[in-house]
Ligand binder design. Structure first.
Ligand code: GCU
Length: 598
């Protein structure tokens, strides 16, 4: 099967995307580029019922019963209920929800008149973690996964006039979830990103892929996928600035192959060139801004547009450091990304889950490459019977949403999973192959920390690296692991001499402004101790073979409830180079100088 057919097969599996899970209908994979469609926002104030005992199921709160007889009464009502803003996590909006992990019922009423021959979809940017969605008292489906858009078609369920949508949101940790029970970030629950109604024509452009073919600087290879019955459609892709117009006709499945040549001003951090691209069919018309660049591994180097590049990266969690809540807006994205730029970065690792589309688009505009990552984090129940479907769903949702974002250069499919977990290798090798079938135009990797450190020698081997384009490893020498000798004398024994090596995490903790304690003792969280870690790490980097990039953990101090030192942490992971209040620690300056020298 050639590249195109393989990829088509991959995507055909996506877009019939009702996966029946029990008697539940799972959400559809979201259509592409909603910002270019006819949107009605449902953002704003929603009514909310907090339901720690999950009684709402038994009461069937979605029916919205009202007393009729004098003896009627119902032990729930959304009228006069609390108000939660959407988008936004619920933990940061009400003090009684600060540490809440459980069920919150959201309700929104809206008025809609759907035009003849049109279709209507209810689209969620993200809901963490489980969403059960009801429209006018009827369940329309469910979605699992906290970090990616999903949608439901409601054409035949919408009423002319008043409608009520109720969403049961549950952010309890799930043993067979992605992530599982244990993770080192705050479990923000809620409708954390935008909610929109999307009106389309009966037949509309559901999705498209328009990027440079792997290894080429002039050939665009992709496709357009229509949704809806009806005859073949003429497709037209235009890039006005290049005076380019490409025409095709869809096949019986509504697919049109796209392949054309052109000279492009290539996207790069120095010149983040984006083109306005229109995708037209007989019945639909979308506008996107698309960049064209090539990313590939050649030997032990990473090439951007055929030139070796060193990845000056930093890790970022999706948290607004000043508000200390889930980030979601363009403003939040600009705050985080401008801070990464100030540090001298050309790449951000969006740990450990897909961040908002605003983040990915803003990074592209600013010329910052993006490392997009699945929440396949540490303790995952790879043997669970539902795990293969969940892994595939989240992969397709992540790639589906960001595949046209040239700024995204790496798909990272796991972080620090354990070789001892049953089925870990099978599941993750399968996932890697699926990812390649969906998009071979980017680098694919797993982040691993199974290396051993004995006699001042780092021995790197993991079967996941066989299937990865990069040897990405997390190491905390100088913090979790004391040095066994002079950092510059560190020996590296990497079993993949022909692969590029990327240090995806390193660092240590410090409280901003704290110098109270011996500078060589970790237990005081001094800035000096953290600074020394960075000086030593940079000394060691010179001994790492095939080093193509480094990525300190992490940009800002952030909330993580397992960090319980009552003096220094107070529920924060203090490995930030910057405090949550914006204070640059001494280590920030060490890292800044290193990147300047690169
Ligand atoms: C791990 C993990 C991070 C975690 C960090 C730490 O490597 O990938 O998610 O926060 O180490 O311990 O701070």
């Amino acid at each position: 099967m050639n590249y195109f057919n393989t990829m088509i097969t991959g995507w055909i599996l996506v877009f019939g995307a009702f996966i029946l899970l029990g008697n539940d209908i799972c959400a559809q994979t979201a259509m592409a580029n909603i910002q270019s469609r006819k949107l009605t926002s449902l953002n704003g104030e929603w009514r909310a019922l907090i339901d720690p005992s999950n009684t709402g199921e038994y009461l069937q709160v979605w029916v919205g019963k009202k007393p009729v007889k004098k003896t009627d009464f119902y032990e729930y009502s959304f009228e006069e209920a609390s108000v939660l803003n959407v988008p936004g996590d619920f933990n940061s909006q009400m003090s009684e929800l600060t540490y809440f992990e459980g069920t919150v019922w959201y309700k929104k009423q809206f008025n809609y008149l759907i035009a003849e021959g049109k279709r209507l979809f209810l689209h969620f940017g993200a809901v963490n973690y489980l969403a059960d969605v009801y429209l006018n008292g009827e369940k329309i489906g469910s979605h699992e996964g906290g970090f990616i858009p999903f949608q439901f078609e409601i054409t035949d369920k919408i009423k002319d006039g008043d409608n009520t949508v109720i969403v049961k949101v549950n952010n309890n940790r799930k043993g067979n979830g992605l992530p599982g029970y244990g993770y080192d970030w705050f479990n923000y629950g809620g409708i954390t990103r935008d909610v929109d109604l999307i009106e389309t024509d009966n037949t509309f452009i559901e999705d498209y892929f328009i990027q440079l073919k792997k290894g080429s600087l002039t050939t665009v290879l992709g496709w357009v996928k229509m949704n809806g019955a009806g005859e073949k459609q003429d497709i037209e892709i235009e890039v006005p600035e290049l005076n380019l117009r490409y025409k095709a006709i869809t096949d019986d499945e509504g697919f049109a192959h796209v392949e054309f040549e052109s000279e492009f001003e290539l996207w790069s951090p120095e010149n983040p060139r984006l083109y306005s691209v229109t995708v037209k069919s007989d019945t639909d018309f979308l506008v996107d801004t698309i960049g064209f660049r090539s990313i590939e591994v050649q030997g032990n180097q990473i090439l951007l547009n055929r030139k070796p590049i060193f990845l000056k990266a930093v890790n970022i969690h999706e948290e607004n450091p000043h508000r200390m809540n889930r980030a979601y807006s363009s403003e939040d994205a600009k705050l985080l990304l401008n801070s990464a730029k100030e540090l001298g970065c050309n790449l951000v690792r969006l740990a450990h889950y897909p961040h908002s589309e605003n983040m990915v688009k803003e990074a592209e505009r600013l010329g910052i490459m993006v490392w997009d990552e699945l929440p396949v984090y540490q303790h995952i129940q790879f043997s669970d019977s539902l795990m293969p479907a969940k892994l595939e769903q989240m992969l397709q949702e992540m790639v589906g949403r960001d595949k046209n974002r040239c700024g995204v250069v790496v798909w990272a499919l796991s972080n620090e999973t354990y070789p001892s977990t049953p089925n870990r290798n099978d599941r993750l090798i399968e996932l890697t192959q699926k990812c390649r079938s969906l998009d071979s135009a980017r680098l694919i990797t797993h982040v691993v920390n199974t290396q051993s450190y004995e006699n001042h020698t780092v021995n790197v081997w993991d079967s996941l690296y066989i299937h990865s384009d990069i040897v990405a490893l997390n190491e905390y020498f100088g913090w979790y692991l004391p040095w066994q000798g002079k950092p510059s004398d560190t020996k590296w024994n990497i079993s993949f001499p022909d692969k590029p090596v990327f240090i995806s995490e390193f660092g240590g903790e410090a409280v901003y402004g704290n110098s109270d304690g011996p500078p060589d003792e970790a237990a005081y969280w001094t800035e000096e101790y953290q600074e020394k870690i960075y000086v030593d790490q940079i000394e060691m980097f010179n001994s790492v073979p095939n080093l193509v990039g480094v990525c300190p953990w992490l940009l800002f101090d952030y909330r993580s409830l397992g960090r319980m030192h009552s003096v220094y942490q107070k529920g924060y992971n203090r490995k930030g180079l910057i405090s949550e209040k914006g204070g640059k620690k001494k280590a920030w300056y060490v890292m800044k100088e290193y990147f300047e020298g690169k």
